[in-house]
Ligand binder design. Structure first.
Ligand SMILES: Cc1cc2nc3c(=O)[nH]c(=O)nc-3n(C[C@H](O)[C@H](O)[C@H](O)COP(=O)(O)O)c2cc1C
Length: 231
């Protein structure tokens, strides 16, 4: 299959699709990248189901995955050809969504295992290093909640992409669909339904935080664009 030429692979891991807070951040970044003239291939790993890795490790010898599907036929060539990757995910039990984790696990085929100084080391196979930015959305505010998700992403960046994790943007205190996009009045109503005792000041603070997350997503896209230009 011919390698498709996209600058950036953008992956959404929210089962809420376009209503996901993490997807909304991803859309902000995609829009900015397109404005800056970069081509983006979008993939929703909840809409298109990817079978999980079977752990057979036949890819160690053959270099190819035994599962012939959208991932091996389409995503891998696009990944190989691209310069940057964006991942977005809800935080589920301190980690990425199961769908995004399954997607990441399939990249085992893109890891080369070798022995250095009597130690097994896993290195990226990619011929072109990729920088990465990531967007998370979580119901809580504490940073500990996205710590596991960040570990997962770091393993993907180091083991598969070979580039840098340029930016991590987290939308906090967004338990509900599309919450990051709510206007003042709807947000006040929603907080009441959630049983949150929210005065005007708190609502204002949340609105500022949501706007800040979106503007940081745009900046993250600009950082990725800059890194790609320099590469
Ligand atoms: C199964 C499940 C597990 C969750 N675990 C956490 C968690 O550990 N920490 C947290 O802050 N929020 C947690 N949440 C809340 C989600 O992170 C929150 O709804 C977020 O907006 C989802 O992102 P999305 O809108 O992009 O799908 C959980 C939600 C679900 C459905």
């Amino acid at each position: 299959m011919a390698v498709s030429a996209y600058d950036v692979l953008a992956v959404s891991g929210s089962p809420r699709g376009v209503k996901g807070n993490s997807t909304i951040l991803l859309e902000v970044a995609k829009k900015r990248l397109k404005e800056l003239g970069f081509s983006v291939f979008s993939f929703d790993c909840c809409e298109t189901r990817i079978e999980p890795c079977r752990g057979c490790l036949k890819c160690n010898q053959s270099g190819i995955c035994v599962q012939k599907d959208v991932f091996s036929e389409m995503i891998l060539p696009i990944f190989e050809g691209c310069y940057g990757v964006i991942l977005s995910s809800p935080v589920y039990f301190w980690d990425v969504s199961a769908q995004l984790k399954s997607f990441i696990d399939r990249f085992r085929v893109a890891i080369r295992v070798s022995v250095e100084r009597e130690r097994i080391v896993c290195l990226p196979k990619v011929s072109r290093k990729k920088d990465v930015v990531v967007f998370f959305a979580q119901g809580e505010v504490r940073s500990s909640h996205y710590s596991g998700a960040l570990n997962t992403v770091n393993a993907f960046v180091k083991g598969v992409c070979g580039g840098r994790l340029l930016d991590v943007v987290v939308a906090r205190a967004v338990p509900l669909s599309r919450q990051i996009d709510l206007e003042r009045e709807s947000l006040s109503k929603v907080l009441k339904v959630l049983g949150v005792d929210a005065d005007e000041k708190y609502v204002e603070r949340l609105l500022r935080e949501y706007a800040n997350a979106k503007s940081r997503a745009e900046k993250a896209a600009e950082r990725l664009a800059e890194a790609i230009r320099k590469s």
